[in-house]
Design a binder for this molecule. Structure first.
Ligand SMILES: NC(=O)C1=CN([C@@H]2O[C@H](COP(=O)(O)OP(=O)(O)OC[C@H]3O[C@@H](n4cnc5c(N)ncnc54)[C@H](O)[C@@H]3O)[C@@H](O)[C@H]2O)C=CC1
Ligand SMILES: O=C(O)[C@H]1O[C@H](OP(=O)(O)OP(=O)(O)OC[C@H]2O[C@@H](n3ccc(=O)[nH]c3=O)[C@H](O)[C@@H]2O)[C@H](O)[C@@H](O)[C@@H]1O
Length: 433
């Protein structure tokens, strides 16, 4: 069974490495020559711990290969995983251009049965649409070759990609043919988890529903944090107490400056766009998005209030990526915070272990430092926006001596307020005292 993976992004690269680990022969294709070149040199095109070593090993062993020749690739592979991007369009809908293009190419070049496994996050009904595209392309060739479309959504998190792909909580397979189902069953035989077989549409919806629910938990706790702050109640204790109820669960109840990343914001927009196409109002999801969009402003208003004015104030921004252990800055709350600070004429020194180069392209006037302590020199306030280990493990006693003003705004509620106060800081968390 030869496996092909289309797209060498987070999902494609991780999927290919995991499949190679399970002993399959895997080839990955991408239109981005630079990525393919890098991968062929055992270098990841993004930052993700634990993957590069395996990439190197499997390349050497010949279990994994990377190419930009799509035609040969399609002819040679039996199972094709589609992992290309589905970014948001202006109106919030998922842009299916890349997925549709890939599927057309498969139909144009295939000469025997293929299982086409859609891993990209796509709206409900996409499987049917892709099926139509395949049929149309094949009829242009005046040829009849059988194929199956399977929806196998990906649930990995950036920063924990390898762990999540190796030990998933569940695998969802949306599949409507016995033949494809048996192939998928064989493919996942060594993965020790529950497999849920569904229709294609159900699998497509499960992916969006899961992300939307996780985002709802975050916006719920963030909204509650605002109330807790007003009432002098500690949100961290509230979250612990809530999370002890198994029906609620303790995950994704960490209050902060809001969720970011390439998926939650995009997938919520896409789900709302899907609902509006069929005139179904989704006020809960609208509110989830609204709370998230206003959370960093709410946080920054507090900073402004404490400082009086931000004009010409020196602000140390610690953490730029949307979460730790990644270099991804897509929809990162730090971008909104920097925007806010620049609009208020503050001076910024920013530190991030992985994300600075990317943010520099958007905000070239910000000073980017190589160490967290450099960013703190002469600062009037410190903002923690991402809970990187490098930031949490700062020697905060020494750090205080570098600051003009020991004001600490912890946008991730990760430091101990009492310890910081003991060290002489004025500490402000998110509903956390
Ligand atoms: N990033 C993540 O953690 C997760 C992403 N997803 C979903 O998976 C999909 C992919 O996400 P990422 O891997 O982050 O995307 P990405 O943007 O990192 O990678 C997509 C890759 O596809 C390539 N590509 C585009 N058109 C192509 C074509 N015609 N032929 C070959 N390659 C082509 C691009 O050059 C790019 O390298 C999205 O739908 C996303 O929502 C799902 C779960 C987790
Ligand atoms: O579809 C996707 O791409 C993926 O989206 C998320 O994964 P990811 O965006 O990589 O990262 P998360 O760990 O979910 O964090 C997302 C954002 O929420 C924030 N967050 C998370 C948890 C929390 O309690 N509070 C909170 O503010 C994080 O800081 C981050 O900005 C989902 O967790 C994955 O299951 C899914 O596969």
């Amino acid at each position: 069974m030869k496996i092909g993976v289309i797209g060498a992004g987070y999902v494609g690269t991780t999927t290919s490495i995991v499949l190679a680990k399970y002993g399959y022969l895997v080839t990955v294709v991408d239109t981005n020559q630079e990525k393919i070149h890098k991968l062929n040199q055992s270098r990841l095109p993004f930052y993700e711990e634990g993957l590069e070593e395996l990439l190197h090993e499997y390349l050497l062993e010949g279990r994994l290969s990377f190419t930009s020749n799509i035609e040969d690739f399609i002819k040679q592979c039996d199972i094709l995983f589609v992992t290309v991007g589905t970014p948001p369009l202006e109106d919030g809908k998922a842009d299916l251009t890349y997925v549709e293009e890939v599927v057309s190419q498969i139909a144009r070049f295939m000469d025997d049965y293929k299982v086409i496994v859609i891993k990209s996050t796509v709206p409900v009904g996409t499987g049917d649409k892709l099926n139509d595209i395949m049929m149309k392309e094949l009829s242009k060739r005046n040829i009849s070759i059988s194929f199956d479309i399977v929806s196998n959504p990906e649930f990995l998190r950036e920063g924990k990609a390898l762990h999540d792909a190796l030990y998933p909580d569940r695998v969802v397979i949306g599949c409507e043919s016995e033949k494809a189902r048996n192939i998928m069953k064989e493919l996942y035989k060594d993965v020790d988890t529950s497999i849920l077989y569904t229709t294609i549409k159900e699998a497509e919806m499960i992916k969006y529903a899961s992300n939307a629910f996780l985002a709802t938990k975050i916006s719920f706790i963030n909204e509650l944090a605002r109330l807790c702050e007003g009432k002098g109640v500690n949100i961290k204790q509230v979250a612990i107490g809530m999370g002890m109820d198994k029906r609620i669960g303790s995950d994704f109840l960490q209050a902060g400056i809001g969720y970011g990343g390439s998926c939650f914001p995009k997938d919520i927009k896409a789900l709302l766009a899907l609902a509006s196409q069929v005139d179904i109002p989704m006020p809960i999801l609208e509110a989830v998005s609204y709370v998230n969009q206003t959370q960093s402003d709410w946080f920054m208003e507090k900073v402004k209030q404490v400082l009086g004015s931000l004009t010409e104030k020196r602000i140390a921004v610690l953490g730029l990526t949307f979460k730790p252990q990644t270099d991804d800055i897509r929809e990162a709350p730090s971008l909104r915070v920097i925007d806010y600070l620049l609009n208020n004429k503050a001076t910024i020194a920013a530190y991030d272990p992985q994300g600075s180069e990317h943010v520099k392209k958007i905000y070239p006037t910000v000073k980017y430092t190589l160490t967290p302590l450099e960013a703190l020199e002469g600062a009037d306030a410190v903002l923690i926006l991402t809970e990187w280990k490098e930031i949490l493990e700062i020697d905060w006693k020494h750090a205080k001596s570098l600051l003009s003003n020991p004001l600490l705004f912890d946008g991730r509620n990760t430091l101990s307020p009492s310890k910081m106060v003991e060290l002489g800081y004025r500490y402000f968390g998110v509903g956390n005292f």
